[in-house]
Ligand binder design. Structure first.
Ligand code: ADP
Ligand code: MG
Length: 317
């Protein structure tokens, strides 16, 4: 694979491994590992757009806001999302730039992060059924008080305690898509749609306004891939791909799936609801809409996944 436009969606493990605390040193080490993979793909003559999750990071920002709310007025979730795009975008941008210098490629490629808004519908059915747990854990009493004060929806979290829940609406458009395409045409590696994008709604005049929601980063990633005309869409995570019987002794990696096979497995619910399920759904959408292949693979196996040697490959049909 060379001379292709590739959109890469990085999972949480690109910044925080499951056994880590999330110190700055750990974050930099993980980000450099991801940056090396990205520069490998660049060396092979590809153009790359990077998107990433922000679950733990936006969770931290919301905890800070809550802890300091008597001193500093808390901000809204869309602003918290923008903060994490800046945080993670900065780290990726610097790490990729430095690896390009080490590889002697900095005269040919540059890197930029876009603070990126993603449009959702104000009448999306998800608004009637909030599902995403966000921010700090509260007691039932505190949670209900906050719900009354702020109009939040709160629910008991299966992991313990009460938390705020927000909707996870579907994606409609990427507001900065033309900026992203312009940067790509000018040999930039672009970091965009971080954390699924800052969720905004659009009015009849085309004006945007931030909303309190969480967009799935894989779903936003496939939209980004389609809008920039990517040849490939690849989701990198902490497992080798999508399995059947995952976690059981007879688990088996699904090496190649047609869109219709993948849809059948999604209906059967064989993929984790908040984890592998959205990744498979995103690949199905990309491949169905474009007729091009998409992939799920391990963060450290991007190239062999794109070659079809490891991971899960989605093909039309
Ligand atoms: P990311 O942060 O990369 O988005 P997630 O934790 O959301 O990662 O999703 C990856 C996780 O999905 C894996 O670590 C695994 O525990 C879980 N998972 C659930 N069902 C499956 C499945 N059928 N095949 C593979 N992984 C699965
Ligand atoms: Mg995750």
């Amino acid at each position: 694979m060379n001379g292709k436009l590739i959109v890469i969606a990085l999972g949480g493990n690109a910044f925080l491994q499951k056994d880590e605390k999330g110190t700055v040193e750990e974050q930099w080490r993980n980000v450099y590992a991801a940056a090396k993979t990205i520069v490998e793909l660049i060396k092979m003559g590809n153009k790359v757009v990077v998107t990433h999750g922000n679950g733990p990071q936006v969770g931290n920002v919301m905890e800070w806001m809550e802890a300091l709310k008597h001193k500093i007025p808390p901000l809204t979730m869309d602003i918290a999302g923008a903060m994490t795009q800046g945080w993670i975008g900065y780290m990726l941008q610097q790490a990729i730039q430095n690896v390009l210098i080490e590889e002697g490629l900095d005269h040919r490629y540059r890197v930029a992060t876009i603070v990126n808004q993603v449009v959702v519908r104000s009448d999306d059915p998800a608004w009637n059924n909030p599902t995403k747990y966000v921010g700090p854990y509260y007691t039932e009493e505190e949670a209900k008080k906050l719900a009354a004060e702020k109009g939040w929806v709160v629910k008991p979290d299966p992991r313990g305690g009460w938390r705020r829940v927000v909707p996870s609406p579907d994606v409609v458009d990427n507001v900065e898509k033309e900026a992203i395409k312009t940067l790509l045409e000018n040999n930039f590696i672009v970091i965009a749609s971080g954390g699924g994008g800052i969720p905004v709604v659009r009015d009849e005049k085309g004006r945007h306004r931030g909303v309190e929601a969480v967009i799935d980063k894989d779903l936003a990633g496939q939209l980004l891939a389609r809008l920039v005309g990517a040849d490939h869409f690849i989701i990198l995570t902490d497992v080798d791909g999508a399995y059947i019987n995952y976690g059981k002794p007879n688990q088996q990696l699904l090496k190649v799936l047609t869109v219709s096979e993948a849809k059948k497995l999604l209906e059967q619910g064989v993929f984790g609801a908040g984890s592998m399920g959205p990744k498979v759904k995103a690949c199905v959408r990309f491949t169905e809409a474009t007729g091009k292949e998409s992939f799920i693979g391990h963060l450290y196996k991007a190239i062999s996944t794109l070659r079809g040697e490891t991971g899960t490959k989605f093909i039309p049909g």
